[in-house]
Design a protein around this ligand. Sequence first.
Ligand code: FAD
Length: 466
Amino acid sequence: MMDISALKRDLDGLKIDDHLAIVQQKSRDFYWYSPVLKQQLDHVTGDLIVAPKTEDEVIRVLAACHRHGIPVTPRGSGTGNYGQAMPLSGGVVLNLAEMNAVRTIAPGRVVTGPGAVLADIDRATRAHSGQELRMSPSTYNTASIGGFVAGGSGGIGSIRWGGLRDLGNVIRLRTVTMEAEPRIMDLSGEEVLKVMHAYGTNGIITEVEMPLTASYDWIDVIVGFDEFMDAAGFGNDLAIQDGILVKLITPIAAPIPYDYFKRHQKYFRREQSIVVCMIAPHAMDAFVALTARSKGEIVFRADKEADLRGLPPAYELTWNHTTLRAIRVDPDITYLQTRYPSPDHLAYVKAMIDRFGDEVPVHLEFIRFDGAIGVAGLPLVRFTTAERLDEIIRIHEDNGCWVFNPHRYTLEEGGMKQTDEVQLAFKRETDPQGLLNPGKMIAWENPEYDYRSGKSFLFKGLQKAE
Ligand code: FAD
């Protein structure tokens, strides 16, 4: 039995909130994108929200929770998708939003608190010295840098810089351990991988140092195509043009743009597939020349529009915003996260389109993988049953495509379906009682678990629904 009253006494003077509606709201993320997770996690809630303002306050919270055996689940802005920031066994939700200072800006790097919002970081670095973060999720305007590092994978900018976990894309992370006397660790080089994309299961990040690149007034452009595979081919041709500076290349199949991008709808025909791009101003002429060689037609150019009021930025049509816009129109839609092996990635894409047609409308994101161009997918799925969803995933895998299952709350099932020995070893060192974000790392909860069993992992400590 958790003694929350005793914990509250120990945390006297810190910012805490146990108002039921607030606690429920801060115990959620975007898990409801998945009908499977919606059913499993709808009732999950923490007992107390604690919002530290300094690293010393983080240490105080962790020491007190350790003393009382109370779980702690860190939270940035709560925009994660798979219940990542949801406290499966209750306890404290550690809201890091107030640790949002941008501390140091220097040529090529920035140091911030974990709660700093990505767009705020860019505003500061642009004003300071014309620099910006290398990459951001499409939740750029709300997501925190700590949440991106602990829960995200890449996004706008990954076409140039690769994935977030590629060496060099995070310079340094400062973390605090969950022990009787919490320790501070500074991780850099290979070591940052110990806590990156670990959902906060093996340390609380209290400071982040990120690399910067030159900032531009990126221009949103959308190119329309009658055939999706022509759109995908154009995306590939653009991606391999080393001379054209781009930040985003996103092919999206008809009828997604017309049916779900309501505020841009007037620019599309229903049967048109599109490629959403962000182009550096000085690269526009070359980009237009490349487009003229393709079967595409530029249907939207932000720099030629008289009035952009009411239109979201183009990146808010891409990455997981595509799914969000579709769900808002049709709540029966959900999605997958896929990778199509290179160099024949477009052949794999075509095979899946031929197989599923309009049941799985395709959405691709071009990314640089280890120096070569590759393609990831966030295809929509017209959901019918959990069994059919599993079957669609299996068919992808049987055909050589990888699926990072967004309908599971564990690290392993949403990832490579294997134990990450480095992160597990680090958890043994930093959280020996297993109090940080319980239930998310299968390797910790059940070392015997067979990833090939075909069954989804059920965490025994998951709160029971009332
Ligand atoms: P949260 O959701 O609060 O947390 C994410 C994870 O990190 C949780 O496990 C949490 O416990 C942990 N965590 C948070 N802060 C800390 C800390 N200080 N120390 C340790 N652990 C911590 N993701 C992408 O990678 N690319 C995308 O393009 C993208 N697009 C998205 C679009 C939409 C519409 C939505 C809803 C989600 C999208 N996401 C994307 C997922 C998510 O928005 C990003 O990963 C985002 O960076 C998460 O940041 P956050 O502050 O909201 O993190």
